[in-house]
Design a protein around this ligand. Structure first.
Ligand SMILES: [Zn+2]
Ligand SMILES: [Zn+2]
Length: 415
């Protein structure tokens, strides 16, 4: 597919937007009407995971208001994503008319950018969710595509990835413990408190490994309870995420081929995320407890050491998604922390703060990923093709195949 970027103009010479985007509809107008009428269910299907997983891992507090807000939130995000998809596909025709020919960057790339920039603004939570997901996928493609030697080493070495994840994780946890930044991360540090020297230590397992006459840690309950509670909750969340993902992927089998549903589900169900999350929280909490026992009190350095070391569990689940999420959070939280704690920052730095980064990042990443799906599809994460194909009713997939067949035809003619 990478060849396509080199011979795009030769391959598409004389072709129109109808040839590429909508051969089934005689005019761009008809194509627009059909797009607008047919794409709505796809966007709702894409967000099914978002509808199912949060209530499953919430574990309580299911009020009527909660369900109402949750469903409304799901519906709004789906609807606005549908608008982005319709605008994006329609802009393909508009840009063809503007230039009078098909243009490499204006196929999927700029239409994606403008559709995200011009469509109704998503609320901040959804914008963050979509923006960060797309930005992380963009980083993934850039990492996979790069010819830069240092990035090539990073791409191939799981140990390098692990070392960087450990550093990002330690910094994120340090910023969170500082308390000025409150953002989602896989876990949160406990607020440090003075040890109560009267309180007896009732941890059997950890107490046997490192005895202490009193409870030196900052957390509630015993160290054993604290660690096992983390393992249970994080394993459960990891299992639910994997299970819901597998269920949604294999759901069509339930009515197409029910006998294959369970074997299919079993085949793609993986426990690695579950093990990663369990090892991550268990090692963080256990190291923290042992350090508190050793020093007789909790200190900020314990959080730093424990979060750095527990980052080694990345080796269990060395995925681009985990790495890019940690990198993005590391940059984002460090940036926010700087603004909330820096006192004598120059005036120009404060001006930078007013730039709507999230919106710009979202639009750039959507454009980049739409373009990557067509021209570098082997590097694009599966979620990208799933999202685009759900929302475009497989129109982008057909567009990609058309381009591929033109390219093969072109090669054939040359040979
Ligand atoms: Zn057209
Ligand atoms: Zn403890």
């Amino acid at each position: 597919m990478s060849e396509l970027s080199k011979c795009f103009y030769e391959v598409t010479a004389g072709k129109t937007c109808r040839d590429l985007c909508h051969p089934e509809y005689a005019s761009c107008w008809l194509s627009f009407v059909n797009t607008a009428l047919r794409l709505l269910p796809g966007a709702y299907k894409l967000y099914l995971t978002y509808l199912v997983i949060p209530p499953l891992v919430k574990g309580g507090g299911y009020t009527w208001q909660y369900w109402k807000d949750h469903f409304l939130s799901y519906s709004t995000a789906s609807y606005k994503t549908y608008v982005i998809a319709v605008v994006g596909l329609t802009l393909q025709c508009a840009f063809y008319k503007l230039f009078g020919k098909l243009n490499y960057y204006w196929v999927m790339g700029f239409p994606g950018f403008f559709s995200a920039a011009l469509s109704p603004k998503l609320n901040r939570i959804h914008l963050r969710l979509q923006g960060i997901t797309y930005f992380n996928m963009m980083l993934e493609v850039m990492l996979k595509k790069s010819k830069f030697r240092l990035l090539e080493v990073l791409r191939e070495s799981k140990l390098c990835g692990m070392a960087l994840f450990m550093i990002f994780n330690a910094r994120i946890m340090e910023v969170l413990q500082h308390g000025k930044v409150n953002q989602f991360w896989i876990m949160y540090p406990t607020r440090i408190r003075e040890p109560n020297r009267e309180e007896a230590d009732d941890s059997r397992v950890i107490g046997a490994i490192y005895p202490r006459a009193y409870k030196a840690c900052s957390h509630e309950r015993s160290c054993d309870g604290f660690i096992f509670d983390g393992i249970w909750k994080y394993s459960f969340a990891g299992f639910i995420i994997e299970f819901a993902r597998a269920l949604i992927t294999k759901f069509p089998l339930l009515y197409n081929n029910p006998a294959q549903f369970l074997p299919g589900l079993r085949k793609i169900l993986s426990f690695k995320l579950m093990f990663f999350l369990a090892a991550y929280i268990a090692s963080y909490r256990a190291i923290g407890c042992l350090l508190c026992r050793h020093h007789g009190e909790d200190r900020p350095s314990h959080n730093r050491i424990a979060s750095f070391l527990c980052g080694a569990s990345y080796l269990i689940y060395p995925k681009y998604q985990v790495f890019t999420l940690a990198f993005t959070k590391f940059v984002e939280m460090s940036w926010e922390h700087l603004f909330k704690t820096g006192k004598d920052l120059p005036e120009w730095v404060w001006k930078l703060q007013r730039i709507p980064y999230l919106r710009i990042t979202h639009a750039c990443a959507v454009g980049y990923m739409y373009h990557a799906l067509v021209f570098h599809s082997h590097l694009s994460p599966p979620f990208n093709s799933k999202a685009v194909n759900y929302c475009s009713d497989n129109r982008v997939e057909r567009l990609k195949r058309r381009l591929l067949s033109w390219m093969l035809e072109h090669e054939w003619r040359k040979a």
